[in-house]
Write a protein that binds this ligand. Structure first.
Ligand SMILES: Cc1cc2nc3c(=O)[nH]c(=O)nc-3n(C[C@H](O)[C@H](O)[C@H](O)COP(=O)(O)OP(=O)(O)OC[C@H]3O[C@@H](n4cnc5c(N)ncnc54)[C@H](O)[C@@H]3O)c2cc1C
Length: 459
């Protein structure tokens, strides 16, 4: 439909990168190199006014926009061909008010920087593991990590968000959403997913005092899979909520199973707590130690470094341990993995006293409160000719495991999921659409799996 556009009066401000600039190629890339798009302009915003100008600029010209922080979207939702990327990564201030237990965090911060700045004041937030993941996308979709069972999701600790939203036919403005004002937008920002309502510029988090923690790592041989995976699944949700743990089963050609975890407590207690795992199969390597919390964040970050540049990942939630048939499916797929970079990873979320499960499924937009664990099925590769085989493998694996798992995490988006509104949002989808109609009636913020304004959802 032909659209009458307003006089193009707004100018872009901030650091502007366009095709032909020496930094264009670096500036346009996503973390997942499977996507290689060519935006018309990338604006690195330094102030909120730069964000407002960018939204207005795009609207006045009818140009598609995408919002970007850490660039870690699994499906490349933070980039666009021919449009404008509004990048907040240079808005990265962090201010801690230890007395009132809050931190004001601009949304351009990667997690490593958030952890570091908060650690300087000996506080933290429960957040994810990868150092370069943006606090922006992580929080808006939920945010799971090694403190989740004790302190909840990152979004559960979000008290306030400042967001630039579209206003009128061509404008943009900042609004502040908290429990008192625009509480519906705060709710939608607690698991509703990034890129749906506006550009978040600043978060206010509740922070928790932190000093040292204890961490463990146990390695088994692949032949212990049928013993170790079910044992971890029974154990991980049943231990104290001060302990959150993971398990990663590598492709058969790598031949390892590794479980790691973090306890808010001492090494002696941790050694005692992991006994059921140590008695399972034949552990070939065991590490238990107490470290300053900031060292623990680096330890858990290691598994996300030096990965193959292209990937396809899908997720799922476990509401009970997999039956033997489910474990057999994992064995079968990892026996025929496309290469050594494929794996299955799982993390404990719910169970005994878990702060994630204590929240009602409708209190925030994140509905998967009763899940005991979350899974990721991953394939990674380097050369384009390997791509199709890897993507197909993940999709076949996803389908095979479906009878035993439920729902999907919006921060692990997958374009193959047909009924994604239900999978990501469950019963919260209806209310999310109302929030969308209220704050973005012209559907300025849209992408392949964005919350729709009308009734239609592209499935
Ligand atoms: C290696 C790796 C490790 C990961 N580890 C974890 C983990 O431990 N825990 C966990 O929960 N998740 C994890 N994730 C998933 C991660 O939470 C999501 O990929 C998240 O969306 C990334 O946010 P981002 O800002 O880095 O990405 P981007 O690609 O910049 O953004 C992701 C989405 O949010 C939107 N968005 C970005 N900035 C803003 C903003 N300022 N305002 C509004 N919308 C915005 C984008 O438009 C896009 O739709 C991991 C991902 C990867 C690739």
């Amino acid at each position: 439909m032909a659209q009458k556009l307003k006089k193009k009066s707004t100018r872009l401000t901030g650091r502007i990168v366009i095709p032909g600039n020496p930094s264009y190629n670096t500036a346009r890339m996503e973390f997942n190199r499977r996507f290689s798009k060519f935006p018309r302009v990338i604006v690195f915003c330094q102030r909120t006014q730069d964000v407002i100008n960018a939204v207005k600029w795009a609207r006045e010209r009818g140009i598609r926009l995408r919002v970007r922080s850490g660039r870690h979207s699994y499906e490349g939702f933070s980039t666009v061909n021919g449009g404008i990327i509004i990048d907040v990564s240079e808005m990265n201030k962090v201010k801690v008010d230890r007395k009132n237990r809050v931190a004001i965090v601009q949304t351009g911060n990667p997690l490593a920087r958030v952890y570091k700045k908060l650690w300087n004041k000996r506080v933290t937030i429960p957040a994810g593991t990868a150092p370069d993941v943006g606090v922006a996308g992580l929080t808006l979709g939920g945010g799971i990590g090694l403190l989740s069972r004790k302190y909840g999701l990152t979004c559960d600790n979000l008290k306030q968000v400042k967001m630039v939203v579209a206003s009128g036919r061509y404008g943009a403005k900042t609004i502040v959403a908290n429990r008192k004002k625009h509480s519906d937008l705060l709710w939608a920002s607690q698991g509703g997913g990034g890129g749906n309502f506006g550009v978040a510029t600043e978060y206010t988090f509740r922070v928790r005092p932190i000093s040292s923690v204890s961490i463990y790592s146990i390695t088994w041989k692949w032949s212990d899979l049928e013993k170790v995976f079910p044992a971890w699944q029974r154990w991980a949700p049943s231990v104290t909520n001060r302990l959150t743990s993971t398990i990663e089963v590598a492709a058969k050609q790598v031949g390892t199973i590794v479980s790691t975890g973090q306890l808010l407590g001492g090494a002696e207690e941790l050694r005692r707590l992991i006994r059921p795992l140590l008695r399972t199969g034949t552990p070939v390597k065991v590490m238990v130690k107490t470290v300053p919390f900031i060292e623990a964040t680096k330890f858990f970050a290691e598994s996300d470094l030096n990965l193959e540049p292209k990937f396809k990942i899908t997720g799922a939630y476990g509401f009970q341990p997999l039956p033997p048939e489910g474990v057999r499916i994992i064995r079968d797929f990892l026996s025929k993995a496309p290469n050594r970079h494929s794996n299955v990873w799982s993390q404990s979320l719910g169970g005994t006293g878990s702060a994630v499960s204590r929240v009602s499924p409708t209190a925030t937009t994140y509905p998967h409160r009763k899940a005991e664990t979350i899974y990721e099925l991953s394939a990674r590769w380097r050369n384009n000719r390997e791509q199709e085989r890897n993507i197909q493998w993940v999709e076949r694996f996803r389908r095979a495991l479906r009878p035993f798992v439920k729902g999907d995490y919006v921060n692990f988006p997958d374009l193959q999921i047909k009924n994604w509104p239900k999978a990501y949002y469950g019963e919260n989808f209806g209310r999310l659409k109302q929030v969308k109609r209220k704050y973005d009636p012209h559907n300025v913020f849209r992408f392949a799996q964005s919350i729709p304004v009308g009734k239609q959802v592209k499935k």
